[in-house]
Design a protein around this ligand. Structure first.
Ligand code: MN
Length: 161
């Protein structure tokens, strides 16, 4: 029988070619794009933060990449409570001047471009400097649906050291 290449059969052949590259049974998932402005900014809750803090979510954890991402912006003097992360946290400072501290250690100044790795279970806080705002991207690993264990507030005395 003579094969007649119609538009429909060409489309069918093309779909076979695509399917041949896929693992058996499962169609390949597509990329997704979260558009700027699609996720509203949120205020950092007073229960977990001191001062004015804004959280701009980037993405939630998923099954194959179990970490979430978001921007956190601290106004001057604002900071997180003391806390730990079950699988650790990367912080990338994108704007301004801030501070971070491990329990028992000195306060360390951080600036735009700095990257901080906080290992699992290390008690710490992060925030702005007293006079300058700070924004960082936080990449937080998730275990059993949790990416942080919140603790007590950072007192004025602790922050001002
Ligand atoms: Mn942290």
């Amino acid at each position: 029988m003579k094969f007649i290449a119609t538009a429909a059969s060409a489309a069918l052949l093309a779909s076979f070619a695509i399917n041949a590259a896929e693992p058996k049974g499962e169609p390949m998932p597509s990329q997704t794009i979260d558009r700027a402005g699609a996720q509203p900014s949120a205020k950092g809750p007073a229960e977990y933060f001191t001062g004015n803090v804004r959280v701009d979510p980037l993405f939630p954890a998923n099954e194959s990449a179990p970490y979430s991402g978001g921007y956190v912006t601290f106004e001057p003097g604002a900071r997180s409570n003391w806390h730990t992360h079950p699988t650790g946290q990367h912080l990338i400072v994108t704007h301004g001047v801030g501070r971070t501290q491990e329990w028992g250690g000195p306060i360390v100044e951080v600036r735009a471009g700095d990257h901080i790795w906080c290992p699992p279970g290390v008690k710490h806080w992060h925030g702005a400097s007293p006079t300058t705002a700070m924004t960082h991207i936080a990449l937080s690993g998730t275990r059993d649906g949790k990416n942080v264990e919140w603790m007590e507030k950072v007192t004025e005395e602790q922050y001002s050291k």
